[in-house]
Write a protein that binds this ligand. Sequence first.
Ligand code: SAM
Ligand code: SF4
Length: 328
Amino acid sequence: MTQLKDSFGREITYLRLSVTDRCPFRCVYCVPSEGIKALKRDAYLSPEEMERFVRAMAGMGVWRLRLTGGEPLVRKDIVSLVERFAAISEIRDLALTTNGQRLSNVVYDLKEAGLQRINISLDSLDPKRFQEITGSDSFFKVWSGIIRSLEAGLKVKINVVALQGISKEEIDGFARLAFQYSLEVRFIEFMPLCGSAWKPEMVVPIDEIRSRIAQGYKMAPLSRGTEVAESYDLVGGKGRVGFIASMTEPFCSKCSRIRMSADGKIQLCLFSNIQYDLRPSLQKGAGLEEIQEAIRRMVLKKEAEHPYTGEGMKRREAAHGMMQAIGG
Ligand code: SAM
Ligand code: SF4
């Protein structure tokens, strides 16, 4: 096996696969106010085509796979998709990111199908603020999805996008959650991916949150490895906290990931305007070697860093509605 590498020598080991662009939520940081044009049903890759792509990637050293979207759990076949990917022996880490709304009924089936880890988005512990952010009144459904995921024995992370207006009390509440439950709460900086809803001044620097938690807890740093998050055990508690500072402390030089959209477009960086359409090859039945060759060529075009690093942070305009289409 020849390892997949970009032109900067970064090894690509992690694939984030969007299995749908559909989502019933309207999170302010994800969906532009003018909405997003949904894919036509016939634009989606079939499960077989997705599998062939994942197998091609796995044959070049990719061992981490995350299913995302849109909202992956709107797919009726999500359990069988997980089963399909879990059967690929090279994939040693199979995870899924969800808004949690439909999770509690399906989580045991997902676990049984081979899912190992789950990230559940929860931006507030206050049902009213949750609704203001997501446009959904599903707070208690999401909460029950979190509890059921823990009961099912999955490794659980809670994704919290740190939005301007997040209160000190809210940060304390999330830290308490991480102290009391065996899970990781991950604070993520607000990234410019949702058109006009983003302004640089809306980014809450991760350092503010980290410092606030450090006032109340003893934090023991965990080895970071290739992880983009910096994680800490909360000493004496059950869980941990993590911080993803994509804007103020970018980790592009360690990036090991590429993404694929539900209609077969490879995206080399979340912020990249260039997409590479692999669907024609997949649909014409290209074999693994042909697909791998195409991917190797594309990956050489992966950018060194995203355009909002350093001075780039002062740019006023954000990319348009890409998160939901590409997958977070
Ligand atoms: N619907 C699922 C969910 O919300 O978990 C999966 C897709 S969502 C695009 C994946 C992750 O991206 C979520 O945790 C979400 O909070 C995060 N996200 C979306 N837009 C973001 C933005 N502009 N900045 C930072 N994180 C964002
Ligand atoms: Fe939907 Fe997830 Fe985007 Fe929220 S972040 S709108 S739940 S895809």
